[in-house]
Design a protein around this ligand. Structure first.
Ligand code: ADP
Length: 399
């Protein structure tokens, strides 16, 4: 079967076998200017778009171009998704959000030019790395919280936060992308009713549907993301969507017994993954949690070597001087004779067998590592789900 995307036309071929895509710009004077782009390699495929490297022939600027075939937009829901995505994304300007450059269309396609994120998404990162160390999770989570603070302060709920929508630039900055399911509240306190999200990351109040949902659905997904990065697979993942939904509604998930995870991380995840949305911490509450106070500071950006390998223990200890050989800081509350509570450090001691696996590959991690990381967001539960699109109008052909 040919999908709309398969019917995408190739544009004009040059003598060097390069495909050129032309953007027609109508000036205020009525004159027409043609801007040319060289269509480069395929960066990835999404639900309804293919993303290519586009180089502007004049400026040499490289962008990521989401190419959506117009024939795939015959259904009004798909059209509305694209209209809404463009309308919301083009108004966003934040370091931790994928930059929206501009969009244009030709006879066959709509092109959305975005800031290029050369280091792919965190989905690819977790497939390569299996699990991340807590210092890395801190660094990425802080950036994600910054993006969410910006979005929520503009009354925008992303509603599809997942590893595949978190991109990494050449400098290793985290950028939130894909605003296809995002929504802007008309007023504070408004409740949204559209059932949408990606099964593994979807909040229970969306599935329940009784009281609508708001910003807290993004906080829930953030909890799922933190769990997935540390443990190596999403907390509610099962072989079929229905069972995943059942587990989400029953709040049924566990921390694998031998997982390498600090109590502070467990407690933050547990607080976030609370069924009642009003009981989840807000973004400032998350920043103030013990998880972000395990060391003396958090790296602003991580070295590119961490795309393939965990950071060294000496790197980790620059930020977390108390990190044990397994790279985590474990604090245990003990009560002294005066009845005062005092934190003491109790890091697990690495066995010789663990040592032979390198600084962070303890038996524990091996167990979690083998937990089918390549199925993260790649099973039947990895596809976004949407119903009931609201309509709005933009001035592009989609009118
Ligand atoms: P869809 O909205 O159809 O799901 P996505 O926004 O997820 O499409 O994009 C599809 C794929 O394109 C992504 O999985 C990723 O591999 C790639 N991609 C998207 N945006 C960028 C970007 N800004 N930089 C680099 N690659 C990107």
């Amino acid at each position: 079967m040919n999908s709309g995307a398969d019917k995408e036309k190739q544009g004009e071929l040059t003598s060097e076998n390069q495909t050129i895509v032309e953007e027609k710009i109508v000036k205020v004077t009525g004159d027409i200017q043609i801007r040319k782009y060289i269509k480069g390699r395929l960066l990835g495929k999404g639900g309804f778009a293919k993303c290519y490297e586009f180089t502007c022939v004049d400026s040499k600027r490289i962008s990521a171009a989401k190419v959506v075939v117009k024939s795939s937009l015959v259904k009004s829901r798909a059209k509305q998704k694209l209209i809404s995505e463009i309308k919301i994304h083009k108004a966003l300007h934040n370091t931790n959000i994928v930059g929206f450059e501009h969009y244009f269309e030709d006879t066959d396609n709509v092109y959305i030019l975005l800031e290029m994120c050369t280091n792919q998404s965190m989905n690819e990162l977790i497939k390569r790395r299996k699990t991340l160390t807590e210092i890395e999770v801190q660094c990425y989570t802080i950036q994600l919280i910054k993006a969410l603070k910006y979005l929520h302060s503009h009354r925008i709920i992303h509603r599809d936060l997942k590893l595949g929508n978190l991109f990494l630039t050449d400098k290793m900055e985290l950028k939130v992308g894909d605003f296809g399911l995002a929504t802007k509240l008309e007023f504070e306190g408004e409740r949204k009713r559209t059932v949408c999200g990606t099964p593994n990351y979807i909040a229970p109040e969306i599935l329940d549907g009784k009281c609508g949902h708001s910003y807290e659905v993004d906080i829930w997904s953030l909890g799922v993301i933190i769990y997935t990065l540390i443990i190596g697979k999403p907390p509610f993942e099962t072989q079929d969507v229905k069972t995943t939904y059942k587990r989400i509604k029953m709040n049924s998930y566990t921390f694998p017994e031998r997982a390498v995870i600090s109590d502070a991380a467990k407690s933050l995840i547990t607080e976030i993954l609370t069924t009642d949305p009003s009981k989840r911490p807000n973004l400032d509450g998350m920043i103030a949690s013990d998880f972000f106070a395990l060391g003396t500071s958090i790296p602003k950006l991580l070295p590119t070597s961490t795309l393939a390998c965990p950071p060294s223990l000496s790197y980790i200890r620059q930020f977390m001087p108390d990190a044990g050989p397994n790279g985590i800081v474990q604090r245990q509350s003990t009560t002294n004779r005066m009845g005062e509570t005092k934190d003491s450090l109790s890091n697990k001691v690495m066995t010789d067998r663990d040592k032979s696996k390198g600084p962070f590959l303890s038996n524990n991690q091996q167990t979690t590592n083998s937990a089918r990381p390549d199925t993260v967001e790649n099973t039947g539960t990895g596809r976004p789900l949407t119903t009931n699109y609201m309509s709005n109008n933009l001035g592009i052909f989609l009118k």
